[in-house]
Design a protein. Structure first.
Length: 305
């Protein structure tokens, strides 16, 4: 039988129905057309930051990511060995040179977190800059990373301490302050003034404030960063379903578009690109969402990383 009925009484076409086969045939050239159009799109003004890991750290995949408008690379130092990170850094720089593109690398320090099998949580008993962070920082300086992201920042003094530790190692690298604690939201003005850029890290933020307050907090921080002309990155769970799924949810596309419309200079992928099943496709979808947002806000000012 070629026609079926859903539980609500709606008619649907089974796979072997002629119309269903025709629709399938139409989808392939449409997909090709979308990708062809995408490949020839002007680059977005807003930036895409992709976290690199086992799913995406090879030269082959990086060529596709950076070729599809990935503008900056994040390395999450909560995971991986120095050997792995050094390999990713070498591969990124090789591809960036091949494509004649500036691709800054962000070293994201893990901070005082307690790692668990299902994730992590902030450990208030530890110093903001842990012994592991300092060892990782020395590695990042040796690898000449372009940015250092500081986790669980609580005040401008935390950033000053990081700069002091860098100076002891003979370095001065721009600092991205991650806003993810309630105290950081309270001190956001002084943190923005001290930092070189801001990352709105919504994952841990959701453990500190009610979830329904996150969109308004995100908008407030974005507006303050724009006023200060400091780059602001919106991060965490932007297209999380694509860790498994081949396409994002409608809500995720809306989230990315709204982040850009609200003034975010960059949007970031985390596990979606680091260990997800579809690292190339998730970047393509994010770029399409960013480009669509910019069609509606063509005069948007961007403070790039």
């Amino acid at each position: 039988m070629d026609v079926g009925f859903s539980s609500t009484g709606c008619i649907f076409l089974l796979k072997n129905h002629p119309l269903s086969r025709a629709q399938s045939a139409l989808r392939e050239p449409l997909k090709t057309h979308i990708h062809d159009c995408h490949n020839h799109n002007m680059p977005s003004k807003a930036q895409i930051v992709a976290t690199i890991g086992p799913a995406s750290g090879s030269v082959e995949i990086l060529r596709k990511l950076i070729g599809h408008q990935v503008d900056a690379i994040r390395l999450n130092f909560s995971w991986g060995t120095y050997e792995e990170h050094a390999g990713y850094i070498a591969n990124v720089r090789q591809v960036a040179e091949e494509l004649n593109k500036r691709v800054p690398i962000i070293q994201d320090l893990s901070g005082p977190r307690e790692q668990e099998t299902s994730g992590h949580h902030f450990d208030s008993e530890k110093e903001i800059l842990t012994a592991k962070d300092l060892t990782d920082l020395a590695f990042g300086i040796d690898q000449k990373v372009e940015y250092v992201a500081m986790s669980y920042v609580g005040s401008a003094e935390d950033i000053k301490k990081l700069r002091s530790e860098m100076a002891k190692l003979g370095a001065s690298i721009p600092v991205i302050a991650k806003i993810e604690r309630k105290i950081a939201i309270d001190n956001v003005d002084s943190i923005i003034a001290e930092a070189d850029a801001i990352m709105i890290a919504r994952g841990d933020m959701g453990n500190e404030i009610p979830l329904e307050q996150i969109p308004f907090t995100q908008k407030m921080i974005t507006e303050k960063c724009k006023a200060a002309k400091k780059p602001v990155i919106t991060a965490t769970q932007m297209m999380l379903s694509m860790v498994e799924s081949l396409e994002p949810t409608r809500a995720e596309i809306t989230d990315v578009v709204n982040a850009i419309l609200n003034g975010s200079d960059a949007v970031m992928l985390s596990e979606e690109s680091a260990r997800g099943k579809h690292p190339v496709e998730v970047v393509e979808f994010m770029e399409r969402a960013v480009n669509e947002a910019e069609k509606h806000e063509p005069k948007m000012d961007i403070n790039p990383l």
